[in-house]
Write a protein that binds this ligand. Structure first.
Ligand code: ADP
Ligand code: ZN
Length: 214
């Protein structure tokens, strides 16, 4: 499959993307994960990106496109892909449209995950992440807690609250979504590619997406 996942922070893009990869071996391409890995490695991209990310601001479009062009040229042709967290602005969406056209790749459709604001806020403030950059397993202190002493069940590293998951940063990320990323819904509607999915339970959402792909 070749799809884009849209949705506010906390809408469950990462979870839905992972479940979708299991359907047909398409690869998940998460700009958030790629950026966090660059930050950990201390590359020049990572150093530049970190300042924006910690505040809950977007990383500049030029940096994102440089990073994604390479990634799509390598991955997109061969296998299917699920874009998770990209594009996030109109300029990114326009650049992606041109890039895919050049690579002669067509999208199946764009999935918009619709999740009520209260659910989103509750999820974001209770989310915790494994500190091991190679693992990054996501936990939830209410519904899916780590071990009693706060360790990752997969790799044993300590589970932390991400720097961009403090309350101020969360509020800023949601505002950024409303101001910039929500515009993509209209963009893809005009392109005739948008499909909306009311999404509270990720597994049910994946079943619905699977049916749309047939
Ligand atoms: P979430 O969707 O929960 O906000 P992500 O893991 O997708 O989290 O992204 C984390 C951060 O990485 C964002 O707040 C932003 O700073 C940066 N980022 C990720 N993808 C993009 C993108 N396509 N454009 C600009 N910044 C991005
Ligand atoms: Zn872990």
């Amino acid at each position: 499959m070749r799809i884009i996942l849209l949705g506010a922070p906390g809408a469950g893009k990462g979870t839905v993307a992972k479940l979708l990869t299991e359907l047909d071996g398409s690869v998940q391409i998460s700009t958030g994960d790629i950026l966090r890995a660059a930050v950990k490695e201390g590359t020049s991209l990572g150093k530049e990106a970190k300042q924006h990310m910690d505040r809950g601001d977007l990383v500049p479009d030029a940096l994102i496109m440089k990073m994604m062009e390479v990634r799509l040229q390598n991955d997109a042709g061969k296998k299917g892909f699920i874009l998770d967290g990209f594009p996030r602005t109109i300029p990114q969406a326009e650049a992606l449209r041109d890039l895919l056209k050049n690579l002669k790749i067509r999208l199946d459709f764009v999935v918009n995950l619709e999740v009520p604001k209260e659910v989103i806020l509750d999820r974001l403030t209770t989310r915790r992440t494994c500190s091991n950059p190679d693992c990054q397993e996501i936990y939830n202190i209410k519904s899916n807690p780590p071990t009693a002493d706060g360790k990752c069940k997969k790799c044993g590293s300590i589970v932390i609250q991400r720097e961009d998951e403090t309350e101020d940063a969360i509020i800023n990320r949601l505002e950024t979504y409303d101001k910039k990323t929500a515009l993509l819904i209209g963009f893809y509607e005009e392109e005739g590619l948008l499909k909306n999915f009311l999404s509270i339970n990720s597994k049910e959402t994946v079943e619905a997406i699977k049916k749309s792909l047939l």
